[in-house]
Design a protein around this ligand. Structure first.
Ligand code: NAD
Ligand code: MG
Length: 386
């Protein structure tokens, strides 16, 4: 039986690499559902190649084009946010890869868990916003959440075979992004074009900006808490510019295990699909003849304040990470539209954290309301400053 996989966000960076993995192992995996936000032509091309049961386009205005282009094929065609949330529950689906961006991933992930689908989790924002609620749903439904984020996949790989051995520390590596060596003064004037040029990874625009501000690493700290059940003081970030060590785990005897490899997301995607097995992969191997030095630095939270804000949100708990996520989504969109400066993003996020009401034990409805309020407040803050 081939594993039936639903890909939320199949036209993105993770989505297209997941389809490459499926394409390399047609005997193991089948794309059961493909979904996209806007890029209808790419979705049509993918549907014709992979022949899924169904496709969903979130933007309803693109439905007529999608329907018409696939009319000669037995593929079901849907549109809209609601359809996206429903489709993940279809009986034949074994696993849902959440590869869409941002808060929009929360509801489909909740629905997939309720329908007892295994989750291959790329959309880290889901765990940042509502980690407690997602973990509870996974527990109640007995459903695994397999990490796709390279750092968390590395930790997960280090933990294989360590059942019953407590984690002393999780050590997340960070490339430091394109501005690792920039002074605060230099950061004042950096542009989106510079920020979009990540030194080691090719990714979607939102996570690339998050990597430049190090909010991505802050989110990964929060993600690690929920995936591995560790306390904030057990999660350390170390800057490792070569991106060869993908992350590490330190155990109670002081042993540190690391997972190394090329910076290629197809490996963690494939491992989430194949766990606990490893399948052959044709992509490039690490070559120690050229990879001759691995270096480490401490992260600087005075230059990269978003990392400190994410730790602060993690300590406060409740809906604070949800506030930070929403404020950050608004700031990143504004930065990409030249409406806020690089350093202005941290200022706006910090103000939003102070202005949106704190809820210590949020329900799902509280998260929805928090997300809405935080977006509105952040927009106000940005408008006042421009
Ligand atoms: P991307 O922008 O390249 O692709 C996003 C995909 O989601 C596209 O298919 C898009 O059509 C779809 N989408 C976007 N907004 C949507 C919405 N509101 N409703 C429905 N569909 C929507 O992004 P990406 O780089 O592939 O990242 C996807 C997720 O994976 C993010 O949460 C990111 O943090 C995480 N992630 C990515 C990488 C990476 O290497 N790209 C690594 C680790 C984690
Ligand atoms: Mg990562």
């Amino acid at each position: 039986m081939k594993k039936q996989i639903a890909i939320l966000g199949s036209t993105g960076s993770i989505g297209t690499q997941a389809l490459q993995v499926i394409g390399e192992h047609p005997d193991q995996y089948e794309a059961y559902v493909l979904t996209a936000g806007n890029r209808v032509e790419e979705l049509i091309r993918q549907a014709r190649q992979f022949m899924p049961e169904a496709v969903v386009i979130a933007n309803e205005a693109k439905y007529p084009r999608l329907k018409e282009a696939l009319a000669d094929l037995p593929i079901k065609v849907y549109a809209g946010e609601e359809a996206l949330c429903q489709i993940v529950q279809e009986a034949p689906i074994d696993m849902v890869l959440t590869a869409m961006v941002g808060y929009a991933g929360l509801r489909p992930t909740m629905n997939a868990l309720r329908a007892r689908k295994a989750i291959a989790l790329a959309n880290k924002e889901t765990l940042v916003v509502a980690g407690e609620l997602i973990n509870e749903l996974a527990r109640v439904n007995g459903t695994p959440i397999l990490p796709v984020d390279s750092e968390h996949s590395a930790v997960f790989q280090c933990l294989t075979g360590e059942v019953g051995n407590p984690i002393e520390k999780v050590i997340l590596t960070a490339s430091g992004g394109p501005f690792r060596t920039f002074t605060r003064e230099q950061l004042e004037t950096v542009t989106k074009e510079q920020a979009l040029r990540h030194p080691n990874w090719s990714m979607g625009a939102k996570i690339t900006i998050d990597s430049a501000t190090m909010m991505n690493k802050g989110f990964e700290v929060i993600e690690a808490k929920w995936l591995f059940g560790v306390r904030p003081d057990q999660i350390e970030v170390v800057v490792h510019p070569q991106s060869v060590i993908h992350s590490m785990v330190q155990f109670e005897d002081g042993a540190v295990k690391a997972q190394l490899g090329m910076p290629d997301m197809r490996l963690p995607i494939q491992y989430a699909f194949s766990y606990p097995d490893r399948l052959h992969a044709s992509f490039p191997r690490l070559d120690f003849a050229t990879c001759t030095s691995l270096t480490f630095e401490q992260p600087d939270t005075r230059r990269f304040r978003n990392l400190a804000l994410a730790y602060e949100a993690l300590h406060q708990g409740g809906n604070m990470p949800c506030i930070v996520n929403a404020a950050n989504e608004v700031c990143v969109a504004a930065f990409l539209a030249d409406r806020v400066s690089f350093l202005g993003m941290s200022d706006a996020i910090e103000q939003a954290m102070q202005r949106v009401s704190f809820v210590a034990r949020p329900s799902y409805e509280d998260y929805v309301e928090t997300d809405r309020m935080a977006r509105r407040v952040t927009e106000e803050i940005l408008t006042k400053h421009t």
